[in-house]
Design a protein around this ligand. Structure first.
Ligand code: NAI
Length: 819
């Protein structure tokens, strides 16, 4: 039967174009289809002798067996990493750069092999593995070879963390490995990486390649297994940091497990990213954008554009075009180069997609799928569009992680922003409009770590990636991503991660005492130690300092106050005992002060200069107050002077904490923009009651956050005296709120509060643990001191970029150019 050329164009039917899997099969056979862990540069059989099956999602057939790691395997890998790390760090940046470069070169040489292996293991189309995943993997190692080279000059005060445990998901197995391993080893750490149980094979091949490339044994260790192996890695006491990508649910478990251990943590979690289409957008480009947003990698993408928000005027036309395009998508054998959509990673995931789509229909959504059917062998799901979806519907809120997109409409840009932010997640967004003004107005208003304008799902090693809100914290890639794998040599250490048990954590700053006991301790109010024992006799009582909420002095909810005492026990005044209700009011007031963050940095700088000036004008009064709280005349004068200077520092920084424009390898301007996080809780240090307060409450304020601060419990009057200064300094109502009272009661309330976006806590190890543990509910960003003291007069640890970085989140906005 002959086919006319015109008919070929009509049907666009291609014959199969399969990529050969022979080299991968040969590799699997050479290892008898059975793999141990890679520890200390060699395969090692699992201690427990247990193995997992690794399946090919496109056929449902067995590919290989891999070891199921247990505590003993994890311990062996961590030991190997610990042994290797000092030597690796000591090699220096240049030598490490050469190693990373060698790995990058080898990945490029093995690109075809990796692509086929990845496609077989994960089910993703070979076209994507070959053109996107593997080139980006190589790019990450090249880029971070550069950072290894530059570490000593660009991060002069940084040192590696030590041993890093890394846990990754199955959707981009090798790419997630690269995102984790490249920056970690570039900065001189050794790693133990656990790939996902469904997709461990490229990680094992990568470990072989590292050995061939001459990487010292123990620098990269791979332990395979399921969630139990991941949990063993998280719980291992000799790991300095955990980096995790996966579900928000597991992220939360890990956050809680690590609370108070002092181990660092970064989390890249789920998303429900909006795909916003304005009525002036080029709809044909939009349709291709949707293909990339939700049918790339079968929609198993954490930043998948899974919620189309279309302007009402164009929604019907867009739906028509989308349905036509979906009809032409090709689902099938991932190794076929002409296939657009491959297989779903595992039956459990397929079932999850099916059941969520059923829920969507049951809740009233209209389902549309192409007329053709999927292969019956293997685990496939067709591209799916759900319309008539309410914003609160399950399918509009829950991450489906499959080729399913929902579509909702909006009328105005404000409504689009509101809908876009109507999610607990905040990983990514894309915005489609021909108006660059509109795009750049909308992008900063969407709470997401990455915003793509007229493009979607583009990534690069130079551009930071990571979440807002429950999509996790920390950034991967770019300069910002390096901070996840280093610490400042000046930073005071809390109790070392390895020595801390949560129950036995020490209570260095004395949290846990009731406020009326605060004066009944021994020691100086200024070194953070307990204050002196009360003396008898009538005290000279000031009026009771109120709380400061919404720009006004406010009586505490329950009307209680507590004595504030000098170290010798003399009562020098009374402060209000704030409670849960007062904090709630303060958080609400902070939320109403959004204009502070949206405003102009220059204005914030002016307000802070004015604040410093007014404090300076009342320097004697503040010094007297500090003296009455126990400072010598000289100490008091020094503290007030340092406080004025510190406010000046942040007034100076307010308009200088700039972002960057990254060199990404596309025709893009990629703008990395630091943004305020939102409503900030600050539990200030006990020591240096005025300087400590200023040093911790002002940096987030300077960068546009609204702050709810809990000042020193023993000497709150140094902070409450600021009310009048604040009132005369044009600080807008609600931008800075002050609630005095028992830290041990107030800190957990802030940590629990779902409308608090970030929390800094300077206090005891136990209080730090509680803050971290409770913060898991809404995944707020925390910075805690684990009981370590810092010298608030030492600028290296008391001010500057390390504070500013933690007071902001980095958003990357991709703006393509060219016709
Ligand atoms: P998951 O979060 O359970 O798995 C991710 C990784 O964590 C795997 O390596 C797993 O073995 C490990 N893990 C599981 N439990 C652990 C524990 N208690 N402690 C330490 N490590 C643990 O994700 P899963 O079950 O594979 O997928 C479920 C859903 O999660 C998906 O449907 C999707 O919604 C979401 N997900 C999001 C990803 C993202 O990139 N943000 C990636 C994978 C899944």
């Amino acid at each position: 039967m002959s086919t006319r050329v015109a008919e070929v164009f009509e049907t666009m039917e291609y014959g199969p174009a399969p990529e050969s899997r022979a080299p991968v099969d040969a590799w699997l056979q050479a290892r008898s289809g059975r793999f141990g862990h890679v520890i200390d540069g060699a395969y090692r059989t699992p201690a427990g002798g247990e193995y997992l099956e690794v399946m090919n999602p496109a056929s449902g057939t067995l590919l290989a067996h891999v070891a199921q790691g247990d505590e003993a395997d994890v311990a062996a890998a961590v030991e190997a990493a610990r042994r290797a790390q000092p030597g690796w760090a000591a090699l220096g940046g240049h030598a490490r750069a050469r190693h990373l470069y060698a790995i990058a070169r080898r990945i490029q040489k093995q690109a075809r092999f990796f692509s086929v292996l990845e496609s077989l293991d994960n089910g993703k189309p070979i076209r994507e593995a070959r053109d996107i995943d593997i080139p980006l993997v190589a790019r990450h190692f090249y880029h971070h070879a550069g950072w290894a080279q530059l570490m000593e000059s660009e991060l002069p005060d940084a040192e590696p963390l030590g041993v890093v445990g890394q846990i990754i998901p199955w959707n981009f197995p090798l790419l997630m490995l690269a995102w984790k391993i490249a920056p970690a080893i570039a900065m001189g750490n050794a790693v133990v990486l656990k790939p996902a149980e469904y997709t461990p094979l490229t990680a094992l091949y990568f470990a072989e390649l590292c050995a061939e490339a001459g990487l010292p044994p123990g620098v990269v260790n791979i332990v395979t297994g399921d969630g139990r192996t991941g949990a063993a890695l998280v719980e291992h006491p000799d790991v300095d940091k955990i980096a995790f990508t996966g579900s928000t649910e597991v992220g939360r478990i890990i956050r809680r497990a690590l609370a108070g251990t002092g181990k660092r943590l970064s989390l890249e979690l789920g998303g429900k990213s909006p795909f916003v289409v304005f009525d002036d957008a080029d709809l044909d480009s939009v349709v291709e954008g949707v293909v990339d947003a939700i049918w790339f990698n079968q929609g198993q993408v954490c930043c998948a554009g899974s919620r189309i928000l279309a302007h009402e005027g164009i929604a019907d036309r867009l739906v028509g075009k989308l349905r036509a395009r979906m009809e032409k998508l090709r689902v099938g054998d991932p190794l076929d180069k002409g296939v657009d959509i491959g297989a779903i990673v595992a039956p459990v995931q397929l079932e999850r997609i099916r059941s969520l789509v059923e829920t969507g229909e049951a809740e009233g959504a209209t389902l549309w799928q192409p007329s053709w059917s999927c292969p019956t062998e293997g685990w496939f799901y067709p591209p799916t569009l759900l319309t008539d979806v309410a914003p609160a519907a399950t399918v509009a809120q829950v991450e489906i992680f499959g080729p399913v997109v929902v579509l909702m409409t909006f009328r105005t840009p404000d409504e689009a922003v509101e809908l876009a932010n109507n999610t607990r997640y905040g990983l990514a967004a894309s915005v489609w409009t021909e108006s660059v003004n509109l795009a750049l107005d909308i992008a900063p208003r969407i709470k997401a770590g990455t915003v793509w304008v007229n493009c979607t799902n583009v990534f690069d090693a130079a551009s930071e990636f990571g979440g807002y809100r429950e999509s996790g914290f920390g950034r991967e890639g770019g300069r910002e991503g390096l901070w996840e794998y280093v610490r400042s040599i000046h930073e005071p250490r809390g109790e070392p991660a390895r020595a801390v048990t949560r129950d036995g954590a020490s209570d260095a700053a004395g949290d846990g005492a009731k406020p009326d006991e605060a004066g009944a301790r021994t020691g100086s109010a200024f070194d953070g130690g307990p204050a002196g024992r009360a003396k008898a006799g009538p005290p000279p009582i000031d009026r009771t300092a109120k709380l400061y909420i919404g720009g006004k002095q406010a009586r505490p909810d329950q009307g209680y106050s507590f004595d504030v005492r000098a170290p010798d026990g003399t009562v020098v005044g009374q402060a209000s005992r704030g409670n849960r209700k007062d904090l709630r009011n303060a958080v609400e007031a902070a939320h109403r002060a959004v204009d502070w963050g949206r405003g102009i940095a220059h204005t914030r700088a002016q307000v802070l200069y004015y604040l410093a000036e007014n404090l300076h004008a009342r320097a004697d009064e503040f010094a007297r107050r500090l003296q009455r709280l126990g400072a010598t005349e000289a100490e008091a004068a020094r503290e007030v002077d340092a406080s004025v200077r510190r406010i000046f520092t942040y007034a100076a920084w307010a308009d200088k904490w700039d972002g960057a424009v990254h060199h990404t390898p596309f025709r893009n301007v990629t703008i990395a923009m630091p943004e305020p996080i939102g409503v900030f809780g600050v539990v200030c240090p006990e020591e240096a009651p005025l300087l400590g307060f200023v040093s911790t409450a002002i940096p987030p304020l300077a960068l546009g956050n609204s702050v709810v601060a809990v000042p020193s419990e023993r000497a709150p009057l140094a902070a409450t005296d600021l009310y009048q200064v604040l009132e005369t300094s044009d600080v807008p109502a609600g931008a800075l709120n002050i609630v005095t009272g028992p830290r041990a009661e107030l800190a957990p309330v802030l940590a629990d509060h779902d409308d608090v976006d970030a929390l800094w806590y300077f206090g005891s190890a136990r209080g730090s643990a509680e803050v971290e543990e409770k913060s898991a509910a809404n995944m707020k960003r925390t910075w805690v001191s684990h009981g370590a003291r810092r010298d608030w007069y030492d600028a290296r640890v008391a001010e500057g970029p390390s504070f500013l970085r933690r007071a902001t989140e980095l958003k990357n906005i991709w703006v393509p150019y060219g016709e």
